[in-house]
Design a protein around this ligand. Sequence first.
Ligand code: CP
Length: 309
Amino acid sequence: MNEFYQKDIISIKDFDKEKLEKIFASTDKIMQLNSVERREICKGNTLAYLFYEPSTRTRLSFDSAMASIGGNSLGISDITSSSAQKGESLADTVRIMSIYSDVLVLRHTLDGSSRFAAEISDKPVINAGSGTEEHPTQAIQDLFTIKKEKKKIDGLKIGIIGDLKYGRTVYSLLYGLGNYDVDVRLISPESLRVRSDSVYEIKKRLSYTESTDIEENIDELDVLYVTRIQKERFPDEEEYLKVKGSYVVGLDLLKKMKDDSIILHPLPRMNEISTDIDNTKNAKYFEQAEYGKHIRAALLGLILNKNGF
Ligand code: CP
């Protein structure tokens, strides 16, 4: 039996290098199949999405991925249009949606929400973002993008810049990178360094250096992963205003980077990457979003087929 069959995806910490490489191989396979072959993979299966927070990429890429492999999707993208608005609990909402579907994709404001949902649902749950905690399928997509664009992950120097305190993609990416031999540099304002309660977990997996200066050793990086300052997660707007616009990656910075370096961003971006960068060969964030669809199709295919595809 395929090891992902009927399994939840809650944390990237549950994925070792071998598992990640299997997902990458399945993603490569999906990308090589023609559309008729692809549509056989999850024919007749239903994905339910339940999003308590806004999303463009994650929800639509799951939707599009499911359609591409022959399944269908239903769900709630605007929680105010659901009975949660009348006070229905997360537990009851999950229980009901798992009756109508084969797999449930959940985004929620609270840390621990997906693990909680997985305990209630009798269908597999995929964490599409849980508070400031994790966004595991984004990290799988990020690692896959690095591997596709740099042809390897081991041995790379990777800078991660921006909101390292509240950015859940950062935590999932760091835990995922812990499976590889990489040199990680974290760049952020002092107030947005990785949370102290996560430092132990991260240091168990990899070593990193920290800096507030984007230009320090910028010429050594193979990958610059840029993140948005997560305005919505600041308890105090004054604190947000102090760090807003701290870093902008523009052509002047790109000139100081390696010619073959790549720039990634989980998106959405505000102004932390200048649009001048978009048409350079180094900008890979739109490709990253596209790989996200294929990664999610592969994950759904693995979760919903006993013997894989
Ligand atoms: N990267 C990401 O999670 O984007 P969305 O918030 O648009 O889903």
